[in-house]
Design a protein around this ligand. Sequence first.
Ligand SMILES: Nc1ncnc2c1ncn2[C@@H]1O[C@H](COP(=O)(O)OP(=O)(O)OP(=O)(O)O)[C@@H](O)[C@H]1O
Ligand SMILES: [Mg+2]
Length: 311
Amino acid sequence: MTTETENKKRSHAELMELMGKTLSEYIEAPVSEEAVRRIIDEKLAELPVQKLEVTLPDGVTTEVESPHKQLTDVIELVKQGHNNILLVGPAGTGKTTIASDLAKALNLEFGFLSLSAGVTEAHLFGRILPQADGAWAYQSTRFVDVYENGGVFLLDEVDAADPNLMVSINAAIANGHLSNVVNGKIHQRHPNCILIAAANTYGLGADAQYVGRNPLDASTLDRFVLSTTFVDYDTDLEKRLAQGVEGAESLLDWVWAIRSKISEYRLRRIASTRVVVNGLLALRAERSLNYIKTMFLQSWSKDEVAKVESL
Ligand SMILES: Nc1ncnc2c1ncn2[C@@H]1O[C@H](COP(=O)(O)OP(=O)(O)OP(=O)(O)O)[C@@H](O)[C@H]1O
Ligand SMILES: [Mg+2]
């Protein structure tokens, strides 16, 4: 599997020719092709990635538009042979999007389930339901389907899950087969089944920011040893999303400044990529930055607002 950026490929030959010609005219001496190539490669490496191109082992090439910078880290883990990956990071950094983009990059089906309170084993393993003819039949789930037939399945918000639910799928995560108590079957794991778990905490329980989170069982965490990635905000991605929107530069500066104040004062607040995405919607609808600030800060206490007031 190889990855390369569209940027690097884009008009390489055209740029080489144009730069070589311009430079040699300017300095009135020939410029070697190698020198031009070096300058162009350095500059292209500085550009944010617009599109990620992935060539799969079977020769199929896929493309992901506007990827998070850490999508390549996750693809790298898959290349190493990991099929259980844990993404940890603050709210709204892009974990869910990375999982669905991974499916696109690998040309696989995508399924997901948010494991918030109330989600039970039936949501993962299926249930026996009455049919129109009065008989009872097993109804499968997307999870079982991806497990058996391949795909990327996101177990979202795992640290909000009932710890017993996670324990119940531990065997499925680690052992290559799923013993389904609902239909009594053993489902074999497909070689192309990739399970991604996403969480806001490292599975050690609630912290000041994420008060409703449960500690994960040590055996669950062990499934992700050496395949856990911390997902941070991708400011280059935010810049790309903001391209061409009037007033976006000030919005970005403000969001990034708020983020650093939140971290400096350890405020229990989040300024996620969602603020950028929704702020851009407001700017496109010709709302002012002041309007966005007021909306964003409306639930903050006076004390919290005072800490970021200078922004
Ligand atoms: N690669 C991307 N391209 C475009 N938008 C993105 C991308 N990544 C994230 N976003 C946007 O940023 C926001 C947060 O992304 P996402 O839901 O993936 O984050 P998350 O880390 O899963 O958040 P949470 O922890 O709250 O579940 C969404 O509005 C999403 O549309
Ligand atoms: Mg998410």
